[in-house]
Design a protein around this ligand. Structure first.
Ligand SMILES: NC(=O)c1ccc[n+]([C@@H]2O[C@H](COP(=O)([O-])OP(=O)(O)OC[C@H]3O[C@@H](n4cnc5c(N)ncnc54)[C@H](O)[C@@H]3O)[C@@H](O)[C@H]2O)c1
Length: 326
């Protein structure tokens, strides 16, 4: 297949590019550099600098490279920033996303896999969270993802777009070549590893949640398992594949939850050093528990998260981070 990966120089995108190239696909990366990893190893995939929000440029790129399918990983994805700058998030994630969908229509490309997020659910009432849970985002970031999903759903009905939206919970871990480099970094595992390596102490936001140890519970997914899911979802968008006659929506996680304290304890076990930390009050908008129901991805995509243990996610991230720090 010939695949365009938007945001392919970022964390999730670069690992998926790696896997797709290794599987023999021809991959073109479209990345603006807004939050890319300058050290990303794209394994020979061509990197084009530009925005997926430029409809004409997207159409031209798709046609010139005879692209079959698009994996749309690019986005603005900082929750705090989204609350400060909703205009930027609606412009990029929603208006830009529609420009991408229209650029695809112009070029006659109708296969799409979208990076979505558990943030579309907001504060879910039941756990594990199923795909039919109500969508009530509580931040601008989640709202923009929900809106783009909805647009893609209507484009599927009206224009024959064959799409899959994958709602990731928390992505973690690294491949041997690519890993998580965000600035600012807001995720628990990389921040715990940074604290171990002499960076700022880890903030623990609240320990009075209604969970066994009082800290929030989250579901972590190995970035390589996520890359597998991307490959399977791209296959599901093939012409005539009934799985994407209507837009397919799947949660992706490990299906297991770990508290903040459990993750910190696992980091300390894996790296055999203490995680310097400061305990603070709750952060607004953190649900006590977010765990994915992943039966649909298992049944429909034939996907299994094989590497999503805390040890493998932390160990792979630590291996890459300590190599880079050396
Ligand atoms: N990392 C997670 O835990 C997580 C969880 C849920 C959902 N997601 C979603 O997964 C996707 C990838 O996340 P990530 O952690 O790899 O983020 P990232 O910031 O590392 O990567 C995003 C990439 O998109 C690029 N980009 C941004 N705007 C662009 C534009 N207009 N045109 C072209 N490129 C642009 C950035 O330069 C960057 O390389 C995002 O859509 C995010 O919302 C991530």
């Amino acid at each position: 297949m010939r695949i365009l990966v938007t945001g392919g120089a970022g964390y999730v995108g670069s690992v998926s590019v790696e896997l797709l190239v290794d599987a023999g696909h021809k991959v073109v990366v479209l990345d603006s550099g807004a939050s890319d990893n300058p050290a990303a190893d794209l394994g020979g995939a061509e990197l084009v600098r530009g925005s997926y929000g430029d409809r004409a440029a997207v159409a031209q790129l798709l046609a010139a490279n005879r692209i079959d399918a698009v994996l749309h990983c690019a986005a603005r994805s900082l929750v705090g920033e989204s609350m400060q700058q909703p205009a930027l998030y609606f412009q990029e994630n929603v208006a830009g996303g529609i420009a991408l969908l229209d650029g695809m229509r112009d070029a006659g490309v109708n296969r799409l896999v979208i990076s979505s997020t558990a943030s579309v659910y907001g504060m879910p009432e039941a756990s594990p969270v199923r795909e039919d849970a109500p969508l009530r985002p509580i931040n601008v970031y989640g709202e923009t993802k929900r809106t783009l999903e909805a647009a893609a759903g209507w484009y599927s009905r009206a224009y024959g777009l064959r799409a899959a939206a994958l709602r990731y919970f928390n992505v973690a871990g690294a491949s041997a070549r690519n890993g998580e480099v965000h600035d600012p970094e807001t995720h628990l595992i990389p921040n715990a590893l940074k604290a171990v390596l002499g960076g700022a102490p880890l903030n623990v936001w609240g320990d009075d949640y209604p969970t066994p140890d009082g800290t929030p519970i989250r579901d972590y997914l190995h970035v390589l398992d996520l890359a597998d899911a991307h490959r399977l979802a791209l296959d599901a968008t093939a012409p005539g594949d009934a799985r994407t006659d209507a837009m397919l929506i799947c949660n992706l996680g490990s299906g297991r939850g770990f508290s903040v304290r459990e993750v910190i304890a696992a980091v300390e076990r894996v790296v055999d050093r203490p995680v310097p930390r400061v305990e603070g009050p709750r952060r607004a908008g953190d649900p006590p528990e977010l765990v994915a129901a992943i039966d649909r991805a298992r049944e429909v995509l034939g996907w299994t998260p094989e590497r999503s243990t805390l040890e493998e996610m932390i160990g792979s991230a630590w291996a890459l981070a300590s190599r880079r720090a050396a």
